[in-house]
Design a protein around this ligand. Sequence first.
Ligand SMILES: [Mg+2]
Length: 310
Amino acid sequence: MSLARSLKTLSKEEIRAFVASIDYVLTDCDGVLWKELTPIDGSAKVLSLLKSMGKKVFYVTNNSTKTREEYVSKFEKLGFSASKEEIVGTARIVATYLKDKNFTGKAYLIGSKGLGNELSAAGIDFFGLGPDPVQTDNLPEVFDAKFEKDVSAVVVGFDLHISYPKLLKAATFLSNPKCLFVATNTDEVFPAACDNTVPGTGTLVAAVETCSQRKAQIIGKPSTLMFSALAKEHNIDPKRAIMIGDRAKSDILFGKNVGMTTLLVYTGVNSKEDVEMWQTSLDPSDKLLIPDYTLDSLGDLLPLLENLTK
Ligand SMILES: [Mg+2]
């Protein structure tokens, strides 16, 4: 039976060997480094200590609401230091994915400004940003809305303004089998700082997949596309890399798909109880979610690392 080990149960020598085995640290952001605008205690210190030990840190996020430039300012504001080159977000990877496909047509975007800005920066023509509310309760009028149909890709990311007219347009464009269907991620919920259950991008992707009766090409974790994009610019050996995340279905599965060591922290989506359940589950797909290591919080790594220098 595959069992996750808490890093806290490792001896000093095992921690030393663990740290020595890693050159690259890939970490998720929401639920590991912060929750919305609240930094998670100790995460910034752990990452700067790892950097001072010579480890290369990359931030790999499924969140599509920001450009890399916007992320750099968020990192700074919350006490982290990161450069544009260290950030891999789905907004940019969607844009590079379309560029790599030599995409020249017009894209319909269900998404937010950050994703739109990355598409623009890549020279991709798109429309659809912002509210598109239902204007009438007269169903035939809603169903028979007139809109341009010369669309070669539908891109779905997080969109606060999701609406029936947007779904109608996406489904109509996707009825053309040549129209590409790309989505940032399938995260069900967003690790928010409040008590509410906050629907994530996966909710929107599922809605578009349902009405178009097609499956989207998913760009974000657990797809390995995020790693390929990073590996194009940095020569990362997955065997010497660790993936840190709070959501096993995206982060841990991504780490395993790429062949990295994995660490699940309990400050976001998944809990210790989830890991215990997967460990005893008979469903083979649950086994894929079990991380190599766990910690209550990334900050818990700080005393373990500091202890090595004593
Ligand atoms: Mg997360």
